[in-house]
Design a protein around this ligand. Sequence first.
Ligand SMILES: *[C@@H]1O[C@H](CO)[C@@H](O)[C@H](O)[C@H]1NC(C)=O
Ligand SMILES: *[C@@H]1O[C@H](CO)[C@@H](O)[C@H](O)[C@H]1NC(C)=O
Ligand SMILES: *[C@@H]1O[C@H](CO)[C@@H](O)[C@H](O)[C@H]1NC(C)=O
Length: 446
Amino acid sequence: MKLLFVAVIVAVLGLGCCDTPANCTYDDVQGTWKFYISKDVGDRTMDCSKMGSVGSIRKINLKYPDLATDEFGNEGFWTMVYNQGFEVVIAGRKFFAFSKYKGSLQNATSYCDQTMPGWSHDVVEHQWSCYYGEKLEKLAPKATHLIDESQMKSSVYKPNPDYIRQLNEASSTWKATIYAEYEGMHLIDLHRRNGGSRSRVSSPGRGLLKEETKMAAVNLPESWDWRNVDGVDFVSPVRNQGGCGSCYAFSSMAMNEARIRVMSNNTQMPVFSPQDIVDCCQYSQGCDGGFPYLVGGKYAEDFGLVDESCDPYVGEDRKCKSTSCSRRYATRYRYVGGYYGACNEQEMKLALQRGPLSVSFMVYDDFMHYKSGVYRHSGLTDKYNPFEITNHAVLLVGYGADEGTKYWIVKNSWGKGWGEEGYFRILRGADECAIESIAVETFPVL
Ligand SMILES: *[C@@H]1O[C@H](CO)[C@@H](O)[C@H](O)[C@H]1NC(C)=O
Ligand SMILES: *[C@@H]1O[C@H](CO)[C@@H](O)[C@H](O)[C@H]1NC(C)=O
Ligand SMILES: *[C@@H]1O[C@H](CO)[C@@H](O)[C@H](O)[C@H]1NC(C)=O
């Protein structure tokens, strides 16, 4: 019922779902843009879901990979945010907007030479305006091929012991199991839990390994685990996101929670509210997905995070209610390596020394059955339960090696009963399931 209701709203308004259906690349976006900035100036409460009248125009050139220049010759920074939009920081102002799209769930069109109305403010959070961008060079609209969810909506998960047996025969590094709690769940809910229907792109691949990164990484320890640094645990407890596609919110909250513990030597141990993100964050799409760069990073900087007790988790989309709860902020959020596409194992190991990182990876149906060991994708599919590949956000807390098999240690948000007490290990150094492609870090304000 609720899903149907959401689907109707989306069809009527043509608004976001499932991340957004935009599917734009560096190639599409690099070039010269005009940013049309609203006449209205306000604070963070400005409603930028629609644009007011235009007060000024800026001309900004974006050059791959991360150089932005304006009409006055100022130099700044830009990055794609996956395939969803792009952020520019130049001459003391930040600009973020989603790339323009139209259409419904199954049939969307991206207009990568334009943006939706977005948010602009100076780097110290003053002078908010709305804006939209238009690229001087026109691009042909692109159709996005989103997943057909109808089959997953009507199907219920059926345990498939044969599949588990095949997985255990095929993999030497990890063990699979049947999770009783999946039985009877709708595939669509499991699918949303796995990350939801994103307009997926292939991994941008690992960024080039810079000489200075290589040198710096040489001195890093052989293994690391933020749950046990000389006997001290800096990671907040494992949580359960349920059937809502809010993994990005859990990953983002967990990163800020752990980094505050690290920075305060465990004298501050907040637990933040992912429900506040689901309800209130306009930089993400509620139970239909989002990205840690925009949530654990940008939302935490622009709007701040509230405590779990302020908005306890229910795992459904609700209307945002204003609260007077106190907020905690973070700053200097960044893609590990500097921009989207610059990530690699050594950069991740270095950034991890400052605290846990939000990372994302592709979830295939074998992963749902992970029990223990070092996961690598088996290539086997579960014919009873036809899932689509999704992109799932989690928290990187450490790394190590087991008889020569290098792994990352990762905190999931599927409860403590899943995997290795809520955690899993995954092959390291091979961009397994794109886990080395999109790490994010942020710096909480103590
Ligand atoms: C998809 O959308 C386009 C343009 O909005 C329309 O022309 C086309 O008929 C639609 N296709 C389907 C299968 O609904
Ligand atoms: C997004 O675009 C890329 C290339 O531009 C394409 O390979 C991919 O299939 C597209 N994704 C969707 C969901 O349409
Ligand atoms: C951090 O906390 C531990 C345990 O309470 C304490 O032993 C240690 O001295 C603290 N470190 C610093 C730098 O204060």
